[in-house]
Design a binder for this molecule. Sequence first.
Ligand SMILES: C[S@@+](CC[C@H](N)C(=O)[O-])C[C@H]1O[C@@H](n2cnc3c(N)ncnc32)[C@H](O)[C@@H]1O
Length: 285
Amino acid sequence: MMMNKKLVKSKKQSIGKKIIKSNSTAKFSSIKPITNTIIHGDTLQTLKKFPSNKINLIITSPSYMLGKEYDSEKSLEEYKKYHADVIKECHRVLTEDGALYWNVAQTPWNGEILPLGAIFYDILKKENFYLKNWIIWHFEGGLNAKKRLSGRYENILWMVKDKENFVFNLDDIRIPAKWHMDKRCNPKGKNPTDFWTEVDYVWDINRVVNVSKEKTPHPTQFPEKMIKRIIKSSSNKDDIVMDIFSGSGTVMKVAEVEGRRWIGIDKELKYCKIALKRVMSSPSK
Ligand SMILES: C[S@@+](CC[C@H](N)C(=O)[O-])C[C@H]1O[C@@H](n2cnc3c(N)ncnc32)[C@H](O)[C@@H]1O
């Protein structure tokens, strides 16, 4: 959607500087100056500069080591160690009732499949997170495998810091019940379950492909509808929602539209710029 240049400018001015360089400061003294900004820098180094217990919700997807242009060459052990350190920082920066949604797939690796969900579950548990749901995100399309079954789902691990005290606004994400005339059904609709698919006729969560309206040049973009479901269920108005590997900025865009504050971190300046443009042209509630 094209947006009036003046409006974009005034919105930019009202929120302040949007892309900031992580290495321009040794520490962020408070959360305010970095709220509603995209931080350009390495995720681990940047998180270490954050104050503790300020972020309500983190939704993210790290590199899957699939040889994408943004992947760094690392051994599996180095990859696990780096992300374990990142997850430790996520635990520290989240509020006590905060949550982390960690999205990963199964990665082909030296002729076998690495179950990244299982690998990260162990790491997340070690860092004192608790699993609330292991969400299956099923989609159509993608590579057709020749020597194994084609992969058509990814995992989203919904983790919380406190098993009893966490945000879950079920009524905000209900979907119409199949048997809505049945008096036993909740008139507000049913729980959308832990299996998310594009045939889910209300939310229509398919992958972002080249012909999608929301597609940017980023190779692995989250679908906005999926992020909307997570933000609505696991945060409240004005909460701070963060994507620590923010890419094209889907999480920040939806957070802005849903009246949440947001922060993004990415090491590639070109993605920070794409994300900023997306957020600036989004209407906020
Ligand atoms: C899977 S993509 C995320 C896409 C994003 N969810 C979206 O909707 O566009 C991972 C992102 O992490 C960034 N990234 C990878 N390693 C990083 C690191 N060490 N520090 C900061 N960003 C990193 C990449 O540049 C890439 O944009």
